[in-house]
Write a protein that binds this ligand. Structure first.
Ligand SMILES: [Mg+2]
Length: 380
C-alpha cells in the first residue's frame, strides 16, 4: 500500500548481477589453512532505482567466493515491494523488505541483498538534495585517512609486497596493511619485520590474520608483534569469538580490530557490548546497507571505538567522513573497472568529491561483465 503523502514514487528497479574477475588468485590466511580456495572473482549485485520524478539511485552489495546468485535471487523476489513506494522513507522500506523475507532471517545473504536497495535509496536521496552522501548525513571532515590492502596478500613474496607498498605510498595512500596467519608464525614475523624496515618508523602499518589463529597463537604472535608499532591487528581470532577478542584486547597494547565478517547490527553489538575490539570494522553491504551501518556507527561512537569500515571504499568514504572520531578507510583498487569515476587520493587521505550521492556511475565494463539482469516495474 503506497504511503498517502508520498513525495515521489519508485517506478522501477533494475537489478544486475556482475562478475568482476580478479587478475590473479588472491590468498589470505584462510587459503593456507585450507578453508578457502584462492579468490578469483567478486560477485556484485547492483540495484538501480528510478522514480516517477525522474531521479535515479544506484547501490550495490557483493559476495566473495559464494553467495552472489543467492543475493540476486532474493533481491529479485522482494523488489516488487519497492514499486510505488516513496523512496524517501528508507528506514520504513528496509523494515518492509526485511519482513517480506523474515523466514530467511535478518542477517546473511538476505539482508545483504537488501543492502543494494538501501544504498541505492540513500544515493537517490542525496542526489535529490544535490549533496554528496557524506554531506547529507552530516560530515565531520572532507577527507579520510586511507590505507591500502590490495598489495599485501600472502600469494606475493616479501619483495613484491615491499614494491607494492612503495607504489601505494607514492600514489598518496597513507598506510599499508599486510596479511599474516601463515602456518609458520615465524614467517609472519619475518614478513612484518621486513615491511616495517622497508617503510621506516612512523608509516602506518596494519596486519590482518583473517581469523586463522587460535587464542594461544593470537596472544603469542600478538605479543611478538608489539615491537612493530602496528596501527592494529585485524581478525586475530574467529570472527564470532567475542570472549577471545575481549581477552586479547585487554592483553595487548596494540589495538585489535574486527567486524568485517559480521552481517547484522545485532552481531556487531555483541562485540561492542563485550569491549571485544578497539577498532570496529563494519561493512555496509554485509550488514544490510547504510541504514544499518548508521545504527551501529552510533553505538560504536557511544562506546568510544575507532571505526575502519571494510572494503567498498566507494560507499565507506562517505560513512567514514560522517563518523565523529577520525576513522580509516580501506583502499582496494579492485572495483575501479566498475565505475567511471575515481576517488581523489593525496596526502594519505581519500577526498570526498562534489558529485551528488555516492558519486559513482556504472561503467561500460561493468555492463560487459553483467551476467544477469531483471527489471521490476510493478508491485506484487
Ligand atoms: Mg580484513
Amino acid at each position: 500500500m503506497p504511503h498517502a503523502v508520498a513525495h515521489d514514487r519508485v517506478e522501477s528497479v533494475a537489478l544486475s548481477s556482475v562478475t568482476l574477475p580478479l587478475p590473479t588468485g588472491i590468498s589470505d590466511a584462510k587459503v593456507f589453512t585450507g578453508r578457502q580456495r584462492p579468490m578469483t572473482e567478486v560477485a556484485l549485485l547492483f540495484a538501480e532505482i528510478r522514480t516517477e520524478a525522474g531521479l535515479e539511485g544506484v547501490g550495490f552489495s557483493y559476495a566473495k567466493r559464494a553467495g552472489g546468485p543467492a543475493q540476486f535471487a532474493h533481491a529479485r523476489e522482494v523488489a516488487p515491494d519497492l514499486v510505488g513506494e516513496d523512496p524517501n522513507d528508507i528506514g520504513r522500506l528496509w523494515t518492509k523488505l526485511v519482513w517480506a523475507g523474515a523466514s530467511v532471517g535478518r542477517s546473511g545473504a538476505a539482508t545483504q541483498a537488501l543492502a543494494a536497495f538501501d544504498v541505492a535509496l540513500w544515493d537517490l536521496k542525496a542526489k535529490r538534495a544535490g549533496l554528496p552522501l557524506a554531506k547529507l548525513l552530516g560530515a565531520h571532515r572532507d577527507s579520510v585517512r586511507c590505507y591500502d590492502t590490495s598489495g599485501g596478500f600472502l600469494h606475493e613474496s616479501i619483495g613484491q609486497v615491499k614494491d607494492n607498498a612503495t607504489r601505494t605510498l607514492a600514489s598518496g595512500v597513507g598506510g599499508v596493511k599486510i596479511k599474516v596467519g601463515l602456518p609458520d608464525p615465524a614467517e609472519d614475523l619475518r614478513r612484518v619485520a621486513a615491511v616495517r624496515a622497508h617503510l621506516g618508523d612512523g608509516v602506518p602499518l596494519m596486519v590482518d590474520a583473517n581469523q586463522q589463529w587460535d587464542r594461544p597463537t593470537a596472544l603469542r604472535v600478538g605479543r611478538a608483534l608489539e615491537e612493530f608499532d602496528l596501527v592494529w591487528i585485524e581478525e586475530p581470532l574467529d570472527a564470532h569469538d567475542t570472549r577471545g577478542h575481549a581477552e586479547l584486547t585487554r592483553a595487548l597494547t596494540t589495538a585489535v580490530a574486527s567486524g568485517e565478517m559480521l552481517t547484522s547490527v545485532a552481531e556487531h553489538y555483541e562485540l561492542i557490548r563485550a569491549g571485544a575490539v578497539d577498532v570496529l570494522q563494519p561493512d555496509a553491504p554485509r550488514v544490510g546497507g547504510i541504514t544499518q551501518f548508521l545504527r551501529l556507527a552510533a553505538l560504536a561512537d557511544h562506546h568510544h571505538l575507532q571505526l575502519a569500515p571494510h572494503f567498498a571504499m566507494e560507499i565507506h568514504v562517505h560513512l567514514a567522513a560522517a563518523y565523529p572520531r577520525e576513522p580509516w578507510v580501506e583502499h582496494f583498487d579492485w572495483l575501479h573497472p566498475l565505475f567511471d569515476e575515481r576517488l581523489e587520493i593525496s596526502g594519505g587521505r581519500m577526498h570526498l568529491s562534489d558529485r551528488p550521492g555516492l558519486g559513482i556511475t556504472l561503467s561500460g565494463q561493468a555492463r560487459a561483465w553483467t551476467a544477469e539482469t531483471a527489471v521490476v516495474d510493478s508491485p506484487r
